[in-house]
Write a new protein. Structure first.
Length: 485
């Protein structure tokens, strides 16, 4: 059998490129022209921008140069003039121009003068100079500015004046306040008589600081601590003056304050007394954080010492005995036992150094200053020889947030002094005072206002709200007799 041979088709192909037609040539030509135009436009813009930048920089450099614009114009005028002049004269002009100092500001004027000497052709240079008055003005402005700056530096160097230093100013202010208030400071010598082991009498003296509060027709009133009140004899030594006997006008051991009196006697000269007046009390609310304060009296433990500092914190309503006080905390040294009186920058009595209160939560390194306004009522009573009433409570006003939680409005009691009238009557911490002697009380200030109207040994009524285990408050009435501070 004969095998069938499959038919094989051989493919012969000839690969040729695309035909180049007239349309394709025109298309490529148009595309090349468009690209060329775009490239040219971009190149022109770039050249224009660079040219403009160079022009601005050249103008700026010319404006900042020491040579004004008129100098170049004058040189150009000289060159144009030199073309018409003999070679020898041109050589002379160029040598004169080179000898000119480039730092001189009057180059243009000197060039005009030299041109007028060599050739009477002044009109060209004058016209060219007048064409650009701005450059001339600019040059003169730079001259005036530089001249005024140099003149100012020369004047400051000649006068030797310096910018005042803040620290030096504060030191000068503090020294001035101390010198101004020294006549108000006195030394209170508390003399106590005792016996030795051999029954021999002996005197011991302690010194405290005092400050003159007021001078009346009969006596000099001095504020001091309660320390001298326990002694048998008091002798007061005035600043650069005599020593006189004194007695205790009134005191408050609970507030550690006393008012001493020096009666007018022959040993206290009238000239000395006429120079005295009471220290001016300051506005307690004027002092704020950062204000400078000066301590006089015995802040370092000895009389007639002083220290300086500034207020760091203000407690506007700090609970105190039957009142709320404004307390200043300052980085200043004080001695509450010996007596330290705080002055403001005007030399007015701002407050009295008090003992540290651990409940404040502030560092022991800060001085606690009781503002004079907080104890004004007490001091006024002591000056009159009277005592202030007290019942022995501390507290603060119930806040709006506490009221929203169910507490009644009034003064929340935080402390009851041991053996005080309130303590003996049965008032407890956590009670809320709502009525004092038939007057409504909403906070510590209203409570203190009622206390100022009371007298010692006076029977008063007190209404408090006391909470129970179930969270309910009920009213409790108390009758008690006020004591004296």
């Amino acid at each position: 059998m004969k095998e069938e041979t499959p038919n094989k088709k051989l493919i012969n192909e000839k690969i040729v490129g695309r035909k180049l037609t007239f349309a394709k040539v025109m298309r490529f030509l148009v595309l090349a022209i468009v690209c060329g135009l775009l490239f040219g436009a971009m190149a022109a813009l770039s050249f224009t921008w660079v040219r403009k930048g160079n022009t601005v920089s050249e103008e700026t450099s010319e404006a900042q140069s020491t040579f004004p614009a008129e100098t170049e114009e004058s040189v150009a005028a000289l060159e144009s003039t030199a073309e018409e002049m003999p070679e020898e004269e041109v050589t002379e002009i160029s040598s004169d121009t080179e000898e000119e100092d480039p730092e001189m500001t009057d180059v243009g004027n000197s060039s005009e003068e030299e041109t007028s000497e060599t050739e009477p052709d002044e009109e060209t240079s004058e016209e060219e100079t007048a064409e650009d008055p701005e450059s001339t003005d600019h040059g003169s402005g730079e001259e005036e500015t530089a001249g005024s700056a140099e003149a100012g530096e020369t004047e400051s160097e000649e006068s030797g004046e310096e910018v005042p230093d803040y620290a030096e100013t504060m030191i000068a202010l503090q020294k001035k306040v101390v010198e101004m208030t020294q006549p108000y400071i006195v030394t209170v010598n508390a003399i106590t008589t005792g016996n030795t082991w051999f029954e021999s009498p002996v005197e011991s003296t302690q010194s405290f600081a005092g400050i003159i509060l007021d001078v009346t027709e009969e006596e000099i009133l001095i504020l001091s601590t309660a320390g001298p009140t326990a002694s048998e004899t008091l002798r007061v030594t005035f600043y650069e003056g005599p020593t006189a006997d004194a007695y205790v006008k009134q005191f408050s051991t609970r507030d550690d304050l006393a008012v001493l009196a020096v009666p007018f006697e022959e040993e206290v000269s009238e000239d000395l007394l006429s120079a005295f007046s009471g220290i001016v009390p300051a506005d307690s609310f004027s002092a704020g954080v950062g204000d400078p304060v000066i301590a006089v009296g015995a802040p370092l433990g000895v009389v007639n010492s002083c220290s300086f500092g500034s207020v760091g914190y203000v407690s506007t309503d700090e609970p105190a005995l039957d009142s709320a006080q404004r307390i200043l905390y300052a980085d200043i040294r004080t001695d509450a036992d010996k007596g330290s009186f705080i002055l403001d920058k005007d030399g007015e009595l701002l407050g009295i150094a008090g003992k540290q209160d651990e409940r404040s939560g502030l560092g022991a390194g800060l001085a606690r200053i009781i503002t004079i306004g907080s104890v004004k009522d007490l001091v006024d009573l002591m000056e009159a020889g009277e005592k202030q009433a007290y019942i022995g409570l501390e507290g603060f006003g119930v806040s709006a947030e506490m009221i929203s939680d169910g507490l009644p409005e009034g003064m929340y009691i935080t402390n009851v002094y041991t053996e005080s009238p309130a303590y003996n009557a049965g008032v407890k911490r956590g009670d809320i005072i709502t009525v004092l002697n038939e007057v409504p009380v909403r906070d510590a200030y209203e409570y203190a206002g009622v206390m100022r109207t009371l007298k010692p040994e006076e029977t008063i009524s007190l209404v408090v709200q006391r909470g129970s285990a179930d969270g309910e408050y009920r009213a409790i009435d108390f009758m008690l007799t006020t004591g004296e501070r």
